[in-house]
Design a protein around this ligand. Structure first.
Ligand SMILES: [Fe+2]
Length: 193
């Protein structure tokens, strides 16, 4: 019953797309004060360039986060305990950072990418399947070294853009992420030396 109701509404909605708001809702919208224009001392073109860069950085960061979590789940072998724990510490910290990056994009006045499709399109890091042919632990660690370094390279590029625009909060955020990902790359590389 609920199914046919939804179907009916969708058909109606798609035919009469122009006037969905009631007269009362329109009146309320007209009376509400509109949001003021963003005026934080950075011009629109600079904010857009930085937000685009941060979107690519968010996509890289998200893809590396997911890969680290994937390897936490699927790692096997004599290094299981050490790597399972190390990967957990890294993906947990990365998860928190994703929120900071996305919210910086919002503060600059743009929407943050938020779907797997967008992240795959924007990321410079290739995904790794979890269900089949799971890599051995050496390959997992190697991929995470490469992934952390890719995140660092993207961070440096966006840092340059933010620096040109004197966007200190973005520079600060990216500097902190760089320190963290360079450290992860070193720790992970040490396992293979
Ligand atoms: Fe876990």
């Amino acid at each position: 019953m609920a199914k046919s109701k939804t179907k009916g509404t969708a058909t109606k909605g798609s035919k009469a797309k122009t006037s969905t708001a009631t007269p009362a809702a329109l009146k309320l919208a007209a009376a509400a004060p509109s949001a003021p224009r963003i005026d934080i001392g950075l011009d629109l073109a600079d904010r857009k360039k930085i937000a685009d860069g941060l979107s690519r950085f968010l996509a890289d960061s998200y893809t590396l986060y997911l890969k680290t979590h994937n390897f936490h789940w699927n790692v096997t072998g004599p290094m299981f305990n050490a790597l399972h724990t190390m990967f957990e510490a890294q993906y947990t910290e990365q998860w928190t950072a994703l929120d900071e990056i996305a919210e910086r994009i919002r503060a600059l006045g743009f929407n943050a990418p938020g779907s797997y499709r967008e992240f795959v399109a924007l990321s410079s890091i290739a995904e790794e399947p979890g269900l089949t042919n799971s890599a051995d632990w050496h390959e997992m660690v190697r991929q995470l070294v490469v992934g952390n370094e890719a995140v660092c390279r993207t961070a440096r590029k966006v840092l340059d853009i933010a620096d040109d625009a004197d966007d200190a909060p973005t520079e600060d955020l990216l500097t902190q992420r760089l320190q963290t990902h360079e450290k992860y790359a070193w720790m992970l590389r040490s396992l293979l030396q």
